[in-house]
Design a protein. Structure first.
Length: 76
């Protein structure tokens, strides 16, 4: 049982890590580069997108914590 719980936690951690990396790449891709990025900074779109990305990252962190807690507190 101890081994099974450890394996479940490890699987969850790996899944969350992969999902975090993918979501981070998706959030980063929203920020324009080059001339478009400069234009976004001038008109304020960059800061709005950055704030949205930060909110989504925080929500993802809370979601992952909740998943881990539910796994730990789940009856055996």
């Amino acid at each position: 049982m101890k081994t099974r719980h450890r394996d479940e936690r490890q699987t969850l951690a790996n899944t969350q890590k992969q999902r975090w990396q993918q979501e981070s790449a998706d959030r980063q891709a929203r920020l324009n580069k080059g001339i478009r990025g400069l234009w976004d900074r001038l008109i304020g779109q960059h800061s709005r997108t950055k704030n949205q990305n930060e909110r989504e990252a925080w929500q993802a962190l809370l979601r992952d914590r909740q998943q881990r807690e539910s796994l730990v507190k789940r009856p055996a």
